[in-house]
Unconditional design. Structure first.
Length: 378
């Protein structure tokens, strides 16, 4: 593969917002929906009253249709975010407008929801075609899941955590009836991006066709009207935005967009941890402060995070809430900063007791590994 191709999945740094932001917690679901739908106060009032709803004109009704049904299986409300009390800590949930964006699209496809269809075809007994409202009528569930780009370097910001809403992908594929000889789920977008992963990854994990993100319909830049989310897989093999078709096929017949460009066929997200506070290169005031960051260990969960300051011992950090086995956890460690220059390193251990590898790997072909370290001055 050429150098250009290897670099291709990296993104324009301008499109990567800092991974900090205001937590969406504290707002009611209805408020969030109302804002996302552009309805404002009037919309919220309409939602509160079915009779008012019926009296409104077609325009309002159309706007209201972008409001998602409630999940049949809802998650408990989010816990208090430790980021509220530890300044500089990355928020538990990444607000959608701060969520990293990676795609090959030159402009965001604008999709007419009334003519949009999702088809499931290929090596199946019963091909399926769904409209947007068919999709919304399926049982919807919520999923807290951390999505990472394979191009995320150690310590990088191409990773985000969201509460997704969608329907089960495994159920849909079961209904389509894949042939025994098929081994790949290849999804395609409105703009002809493709991503493929092993059918075997539909192993009971909560893979979904997502229609909602953080309490609102998927924002256009994150794939409206629908995208795939597969817990534990990098985006380039799974997370197709502006989804239009799913083809059940074989790896030896077809491959996703990035595979012929030298990236690995299989894309399980690697366990990683990141130091956000203090930032690399920062100058810190002497005295009481925190070392803090996030860590993720897909399909298992983070059991512990340890921090090493200069040549010292590994110190156990305090962990934030574990939303699910596939979300990041925040961690922090109080620190009495002493004058001088310091190197701080962190490492995670997953629920199976496996320690994050120190072996340094580049992002290509299947994701970066190694321990994140920062150099700071007090
Ligand atoms: N249609 C489309 N979907 C796509 C891509 C793309 O280029 N086009 N890129 C994938 C990659 S590489 C990643 S990491 C995720 C990023 O999702 P996000 O932009 O919502 O963070 O989207 C995936 N889905
Ligand atoms: Mo990616």
């Amino acid at each position: 593969m050429t150098e250009d191709e290897r670099k291709a999945p990296e993104i324009d740094p301008k499109s990567v917002p800092a991974a900090s932001g205001r937590s969406p917690s504290g707002r009611s679901r209805r408020q969030i929906l109302a804002m996302a739908g552009g309805l404002g106060v009037a919309g919220a009032a309409l939602l509160a009253s079915g009779t008012l709803f019926k009296k409104q004109g077609a325009k309002v009704v159309q706007k209201l249709q972008t409001i998602l049904p409630l999940p049949t299986k809802a998650l408990p409300p989010l816990p208090a975010d430790p980021a509220l009390t530890i300044p500089g800590l990355t928020p538990l949930i990444t607000p959608s407008n701060h969520f990293f964006q990676i795609d090959t699209a030159t402009s965001i496809p604008s999709i007419d929801i009334s003519s949009w269809r999702l088809t499931i075809t290929g090596m199946v007994k019963n091909p399926i075609t769904l409209t947007y409202s068919d999709l919304l009528k399926r049982p919807l569930f919520e999923l807290d899941d951390t999505l990472s780009c394979v191009s995320n370097p150690v310590g990088g910001f191409l990773v985000g955590n969201a509460r997704w809403l969608g329907c089960r992908l495994d159920d849909l594929i079961k209904e389509a009836g894949p042939l025994a000889s098929a081994d790949q789920l290849l999804s395609r977008s409105e703009d002809d991006f493709t991503a493929g992963f092993p059918l075997a990854n539909l192993d009971g994990r909560d893979a979904m066709i997502a229609v909602g993100m953080n309490g609102a319909p998927l924002p256009p830049r994150h794939g409206y009207p629908a995208r795939i989310i597969v817990p534990g897989l990098y985006g380039y093999v799974s997370a197709t935005k502006w989804l239009t078709s799913i083809e059940i096929t074989r790896f030896d017949a077809e491959e996703g967009y990035w595979i012929s460009r030298g990236w690995s066929r299989l894309g399980p997200i690697k366990m990683e941890s990141r130091i956000d506070l203090p930032a690399d290169g920062a100058t810190v005031d002497k005295g009481a402060t925190h070392i803090a960051g996030i860590a993720w260990a897909p399909n298992s969960g983070v059991k512990s995070v340890e921090v090493k300051i200069d040549g010292g011992p590994w110190l156990p950090a305090t962990l934030g809430p574990q939303l699910s086995g596939t979300t990041w956890r925040q961690w922090w460690l109080p620190w009495d900063a002493v004058s001088g220059s310091h190197t701080i390193v962190c490492r995670a251990t997953n629920a199976k007791g496996e320690v994050q590898t120190p072996t340094v790997a580049d992002v290509a072909p299947n994701g970066a590994s190694g321990w994140h370290s920062v150099q700071i001055t007090v």
